[in-house]
Design a protein around this ligand. Structure first.
Ligand SMILES: O=C(O)CCC(=O)C(=O)O
Ligand SMILES: [Fe+2]
Length: 128
């Protein structure tokens, strides 16, 4: 059953599909394709900037499917931080009403100062 409150839109598709920040997921076998790019993320964080909307929960998904394992209710000032690899597939449920604002951080912890190509070249590999 789906309850709809005043002003909400009927929307069920996620606002942000389940994904992994560090790599591109192949949804057929949930394997990861890594980029050898300097912008590859190691750690991610999301800061919620408001909570005057409905829906839009952040969730960590079970590996291998798109359902929520752990849901985080957006709250202004709340920070969710996690490592960016395959261990943390996540997404955002449908925003039903209002505007959802977040600040997304991505960090890369490495002493590696080599420069990497900024475009995908051939097969991707994980240098780490
Ligand atoms: O908006 C969010 O809560 C998550 C966004 C996200 O997962 C991302 O930018 O990679
Ligand atoms: Fe993400």
């Amino acid at each position: 059953m789906l309850a709809l409150f005043a002003g909400e839109t009927l929307r069920t598709e996620p606002s942000h599909n389940v994904h992994v920040d560090k790599c591109e997921l192949n949804y057929l076998d949930w394997s990861c394709r890594y980029q050898t790019e300097l912008n590859q993320r190691h750690y991610s964080a999301i800061m919620f900037l408001n909570d005057d909307f409905t829906g839009g929960q952040f969730f960590f998904a079970y590996r291998g499917n798109h359902t929520a394992q752990l849901t985080v209710q957006p709250k202004c000032g709340r920070l969710v931080a996690f490592s960016s690899g395959q261990e943390n597939p996540h997404g955002v449920k449908a925003v039903l009403q209002g505007r959802r604002c977040v600040l997304a951080f991505g960090t890369r912890w490495t002493n590696d100062t080599r420069s990497y190509p900024t475009t995908r070249q051939g097969n991707w590999s994980n240098p780490y």
